[in-house]
Design a protein. Sequence first.
Length: 251
Amino acid sequence: MGDRAACRKDNRLVLIGDVHGHYEGLCRLLDLVSPRVGDRLYFLGDLVDRGPSSAAVVEFVRQCGYSVVRGNHEDMMLLTFEGKQINAAQLFVWSNSGGDETLASYTSTELLWQHLDWLHTVPFYEDLGDVFVVHAGLDPYLSLEQQGSQQCCWIREQFLGHPIPYFADKTIVVGHTITFTFPNVEAGQIVRGAGWIDIETGAYHRRSGWLTALDWTNQWVYQVNVLYGGTRQGELAQFLTDLRDVSYSIS
């Protein structure tokens, strides 16, 4: 992978994959990205769960004013505390999906409620012109107006396996599905499908550890390994596995 600095255009659009509570790793990634005035940073959801510092991640993103779309882990968190009352059944589901680590990261109930209020304002998707940002994908058989949390936060095979792009004039960039779960894709690789790109490289997963930022403007990738150390960067093409003409299933 290339390690030279990109000859960057200004006013970059930078898309960041699932952080999953890894605050120190996020800080290292942003040191690589080196955001400047005029850059737009979008997080693809799943700021929380599994890692040790979810509260710090949410507070950092919130205070910096970065843009976020809701992931399935934020969705579980919000459902657990819907109406500011604990839903015991949902708490069980969330706890077994990394929610225990998130709760342990909060030292203040007041901060937790502040974050829940803020997460309620986070949209399911953002249309950015030639790029459409959503956590999991879109149901190919529904209009955009019909897409809700079950589609935007949770969908997987129905979107990723669909042979026809949802949009003719823009690329959907997603997280949610770890890229090494596609056949013959190495840990840390980015995957391209029919009208979409997946940059969820599995920061929390011991098979990978890679956290990814994609500078869409310059087609440049930045990665840090939050579990095993190391950084790398290079042109998107160096990191990309193209599955547009391949029949596959997700493991």
